[in-house]
Every structure is written in structure tokens, then in C-alpha cells.
Design a protein around this ligand. Structure first.
Ligand SMILES: N[C@@H](CCC(=O)N[C@@H](CS)C(=O)NCC(=O)O)C(=O)O
Length: 105
């Protein structure tokens, strides 16, 4: 992993109320982005397949969260997980609460 990947990923997590590490062609990522868009919040999306060093950033994410798959979602620096986690939180009504805590709704 390139040395700059870890601080880059960490600062995106630290500085973004909501960040989705994604790949542009990934259906699970599309579903997560669509759920967040429907709620109407601003959130940061990093398309790992479309940026230089995206693969190294995916390695860094795996080290930080133990999760290698995308989407990899953080809300207020808390690791949420992937699309199945986002959908379960949405269905249970808990996603709104987390977004409120993050100050985005
Ligand atoms: N159960 C996961 C499935 C996510 C998944 O399988 N994502 C694929 C991309 S569509 C992935 O990350 N594959 C490995 C990779 O792209 O490196 C979720 O709900 O987020």
C-alpha cells in the first residue's frame, strides 16, 4: 500500500459527516447512494475505481475497518458497513437518527 493512502482515507473519514467509499459500477453502491439521495442529504462519495490510488485506499479501508468490499460507509466517523447495513438501518428507522447525530438532516 502506498504510504499516502492511509492518511488520505483517515482524513476523509475524519472530515466528512457522511462518506461512502464506492465503485462507480457497483450495484450495492448504487443502492446505498440512492437511499442517501432519497433522504436528501449531502454526502461525500469517493469512487475508488475512478481515482488514482483507489486500490491503495481500498487496502487502507480494509486495515481500518476490516471491510474490503464497497460500499464502505462512515457516518460521523462511525463505521456503518456496507449496503446491507445501510438498508437495515434505513428499514429500522435508525439511519435517520445517525444522520441527525451527524448534523446532516
Ligand atoms: N454484502 C455487501 C456486498 C458488497 C459487494 O459485494 N461489493 C462488491 C462490488 S459490487 C465488492 O466490493 N467486490 C470487491 C471489490 O470490488 O474489490 C454489501 O451489502 O455491501
Amino acid at each position: 500500500m502506498a504510504a499516502e493512502a492511509m492518511p488520505k482515507v483517515q482524513s476523509l473519514i475524519d472530515e466528512s459527516p457522511v462518506v461512502v467509499f464506492s465503485k462507480s459500477y457497483c450495484p450495492y453502491c448504487k443502492s446505498t447512494k440512492s437511499t442517501l439521495q432519497k433522504i436528501g442529504i449531502d454526502f461525500k462519495v469517493i469512487e475508488l475505481d475512478q481515482i488514482n490510488g483507489g486500490s491503495d485506499m481500498q487496502d487502507a479501508l480494509e486495515q481500518i475497518s476490516g471491510q474490503r468490499t464497497v460500499p464502505n460507509v462512515y457516518i460521523k466517523q462511525k463505521h456503518i458497513g456496507g449496503n446491507s447495513d445501510v438498508q437495515a438501518l434505513d428499514k429500522s428507522g435508525k439511519l435517520q437518527g445517525l444522520l441527525k447525530e451527524a448534523g446532516v438532516v
